[in-house]
Write a protein that binds this ligand. Sequence first.
Ligand SMILES: Nc1ncnc2c1ncn2[C@@H]1O[C@H](COP(=O)(O)OP(=O)(O)O)[C@@H](O)[C@H]1O
Ligand SMILES: [Mg+2]
Length: 313
Amino acid sequence: MVNASTPAGSESSRPAPSTPQQRLDTLPSMQQRTGSNARGGHDSGGLPKGEGSASDASQLPARKALVQDLNFFYGSFQALKNINLPVYDKRITALIGPSGCGKSTLLRCFNRMHDLYRDSRYEGRILLSPEGVNLIGPEMDPIAARLRVGMVFQKPNPFPKSIFENVAYGPRLRGMSKKSDLEAEVEKALRGAALWEETKDRLQSNAMKLSGGQQQRVCIARALATTPEVVLFDEPTSALDPIATQRIEELMRELCERMTIVVVTHNMHQASRVSHFTAFMYLGELVEFNPTSKVFQNPDKKLTEDYITGRFG
Ligand SMILES: Nc1ncnc2c1ncn2[C@@H]1O[C@H](COP(=O)(O)OP(=O)(O)O)[C@@H](O)[C@H]1O
Ligand SMILES: [Mg+2]
């Protein structure tokens, strides 16, 4: 954790709309929307030392991943500074913070996307449960990391191929070739992405012809088809209309019953609606990690409060 000092520019004329509590009163939390706290994460009541502020760790879910002392460099530029962060199993963790603070950079470390570019360098560990393999260690094959940790990008990016081939891509990569096996996998993934009913009669049509929201669900199905344990979403709804956004948010909540989700969003209403835990980042550092309700209603750090009340960002 870093010290929460007032950021440069936070004394600007931009008015703070309200206190965090007042502001959050206008945000429907997942708990309010579902009428329960059945998954136990949203107000899970506490984090062990180093993982937030509350005291009762007994209600915490199992950890799916643990980021330890992570530094990341683009050439000589250090984009992530000493990040320590737990990612809880079958929960949604939101990464929030102003543009350029390192949210996407952190997300891309989990599935080794940076390996696709030269001059990037990781330091530290991202340990993946259950066996504790280090995702960014030299011994970890990046392709294997991407099969276990899937990713959905900001702009829907289906391949210019049929819906079927988009979703069959991962299973084929894993070596599946029998038509009936592929068909079963594709159906399962499309059902998981809440897209089966809309597409089952036109699996051979080009995915690029679908609406933006449907394209994003094809991309989710493509990610699901590798049966990942963790799915990363980088601002998955920022190019979508409100109805498509709502469908993706509902889908994320369904998926987190089976898998672990990390979502980058600059929409704090979205973070508040969908996530169980929230990590607030600033200038490459993790400022605060806590249950989402705590971050938005009673954050530990003044910098977090200044951000969520709109004083900067
Ligand atoms: N490919 C890159 N090469 C060099 N610097 C980069 C690259 N991608 C991002 N950065 C820098 O790293 C920092 C974090 O960027 P990013 O993770 O994209 O932030 P966010 O997702 O929070 O908006 C920014 O200063 C950005 O300019
Ligand atoms: Mg980003």
